[in-house]
Design a protein around this ligand. Structure first.
Ligand SMILES: Cc1cc2nc3c(=O)[nH]c(=O)nc-3n(C[C@H](O)[C@H](O)[C@H](O)COP(=O)(O)OP(=O)(O)OC[C@H]3O[C@@H](n4cnc5c(N)ncnc54)[C@H](O)[C@@H]3O)c2cc1C
Length: 513
């Protein structure tokens, strides 16, 4: 029996990334007393923030998509995102610069999109509507019929979804799906690259992830004043207001298991008893480092080693005493090589000579992110994860120099001469800061063999009352993905604790164990 009438149940969430915060809010809203243990000095996880010399940088996610999914976490504690932040729509969503000097302002407006596309290929422009019609049902299946938030711990859920996947062609690779509609290299890129946002190689991951471009078109791309971290702060506030407890500087060191059940978590020499434990830390770290092997029949060390982790990211943070008018809030700068560059990163795991980059320039929208007349730029170069064997400590300065040379030659003249704040962040930092075992920037690669039923489940198969939220579990990485994983965790916990709603649906004051 999981419930004892009259006493609130305790839940512990390990890790305060978006998935952990949302799980904490949802379980608190259900009636648990939730304690969130975060090893760092602040919550947010990969959605981290750095401030220096008047510049503010989001160090991880920067594009807000699917505000309705974020809203769901706030609703769970009787709150609302709009009580904390204002959402500002971005238009265009981003500017994409191609290697030949052409560019396109990518937006959700079909007529403007078609007009720009027609300059490159009239035929492709005439196919835009058909393509959107083809990916709409994928979006509907994942988001509107709730599959993204449905736990896939039962193969029958997968079996129910399979006929739809087959009918929509969503099992094909994202690029082969897109290439069936468009011929111009620009259009082939701009409608297929979105899986990269969640660590997937568009040439290898299934077209089911093409729900992302439809999601952007349907729900828009947004920004909040103060950057993405303002959403993290809002979630932490809403969770605390609902009676939840956040303990930072509390690395979990062990999940205690008795008679096959998780009974609590050890951190800083204390034991936090719990009826339900949710781990938002990377799955490989949770199983390998926090749970003794004798409790793991399925998730043995060998199985964990075989998991395929996503690529890494090399990040530069540049506080620049200058503005660059032709940069948009979000900008992509592309190399001529698409498939080959991704093969270098995902398969050969080598440092390529050319770059495809993402730049974030939030001061374009929000003057609070940099001093007047300045830019706070994040430059993201996708790179192989630590499986490459590269010594990033030795290589990072030279790589940063190459990037700065490239950006200055590309058009950001005087970048070096005007630098006021500067920071390099490599896959080694991801490993050290977040226990990302391979220095992976996201979670597990979203290939067919790591999707749906085949992805690690939201409920542990080895240990009762242990759940997983975050980028390494179903449905996957990206802020919307990890928020949906928290919804899936809530569904599992509701199944396992059927009486919790009846007992304590109301909010209560915090109770530190
Ligand atoms: C550079 C970059 C750019 C991105 N851009 C976007 C974007 O624009 N839009 C978008 O939607 N997504 C984006 N993403 C993806 C998105 O940020 C992530 O998928 C998401 O934030 C991951 O959330 P998570 O719930 O998996 O938790 P994580 O962020 O991985 O957090 C896990 C938390 O667990 C903590 N932890 C680990 N081990 C322990 C332990 N033993 N004890 C206690 N705590 C522990 C860590 O400190 C961390 O706080 C980006 C990611 C990166 C890296």
């Amino acid at each position: 029996m999981n419930m004892s009438m009259g006493m609130r149940q305790e839940a512990v969430v390990i890790g305060g990334g978006f998935g952990g915060l949302a799980s904490a809010m949802r379980l608190q809203g259900m009636g648990f007393n939730v304690t969130l243990l975060e090893m760092r000095d602040k919550v947010g996880g990969r959605a981290n923030r750095w401030r220096a010399k008047g510049y503010t940088f989001d160090m991880g996610p920067s594009l807000i998509t699917a505000p309705s999914i974020i809203e769901g976490a706030f609703r769970a504690v009787g709150s609302s995102l709009s009580a904390f932040v204002d959402l500002i729509p971005l238009d265009p969503f981003y500017r994409i610069h191609f290697h030949d000097g052409t560019w396109i302002d990518y937006s959700g407006d079909p007529e403007r999109m078609k007009a720009q596309m027609a300059a490159f290929s009239r035929r492709d422009a005439s196919r835009y509507d058909a393509f959107m019609d083809a990916i709409r049902p994928i979006y509907e299946a994942v988001l509107e019929t709730g599959l993204g938030a449905t736990p896939f711990h039962d193969w029958r859920v997968m079996a129910r979804f399979l006929p739809t996947v087959m009918r929509l062609g969503a099992w094909r690779t994202a690029t082969s799906f897109v290439n069936g509609y468009f011929r111009d290299f620009r259009h082939r890129f701009m409608f297929s690259f979105h899986p990269l946002y969640i660590g997937g190689n568009p040439f290898a991951c299934p077209a089911v992830y093409l729900m992302i471009p439809y999601l952007e078109r349907r729900q828009g791309v947004w920004y909040t004043r103060g950057g993405m971290y303002s959403v993290v702060e809002a979630m932490e506030r809403a969770f605390r207001d609902a009676g939840g407890t956040v303990l930072t500087d509390h690395p979990a060191t062990r999940i205690r298991v008795e008679a096959g059940r998780a009974v609590g978590v050890e951190a800083r020499g204390r034991f936090f008893p719990a009826q339900a434990v949710v781990s938002n830390a990377d799955l490989a770290h949770t199983y390998a480092d926090l749970i003794e092997p004798r409790h793991r029949r399925k998730w043995t060390d060998g199985r964990i080693k075989r998991l395929e982790h996503t690529m890494g990211c090399f990040l530069l943070f540049l506080g620049v005493r200058k503005t660059f008018p032709f940069l948009k809030h979000h900008t992509l700068i592309l190399s001529e090589r698409y498939r080959e560059l991704l093969t270098d990163i995902f398969s050969r795991k080598i440092l390529p000579a050319d770059f495809s980059l993402y730049l974030h320039a939030p001061a374009k929208t929000d003057g609070s992110m940099a001093p007047p007349g300045c830019e706070s730029l994040m430059v993201l170069a996708p790179v192989a994860n630590l499986d490459s064997g590269l010594d990033w400590e030795g290589a990072k300065n030279a790589f940063a120099d190459r990037l700065l040379d490239f950006l200055e030659a590309w058009g950001l003249e005087g970048l070096r001469a005007h630098l006021e704040a500067f920071r390099i962040y490599t896959p080694l930092d991801f490993r050290a800061d977040f226990n990302a075992v391979r220095g992976n920037a996201f979670g597990l690669v979203p290939t067919l063999s790591q999707t749906g039923w085949f992805r690690p489940h939201n409920r542990s198969e080895d240990i009762a009352n242990l759940y997983f939220a975050g980028a390494g579990t179903h449905p996957g990485a990206g802020v919307p993905g990890v928020l949906l994983s928290a919804e899936a965790v809530e569904a599992c916990v509701r199944e396992d604790f059927p009486r919790i709603r009846e007992s304590h649906p109301q909010r209560s004051a915090a109770a530190v164990p």
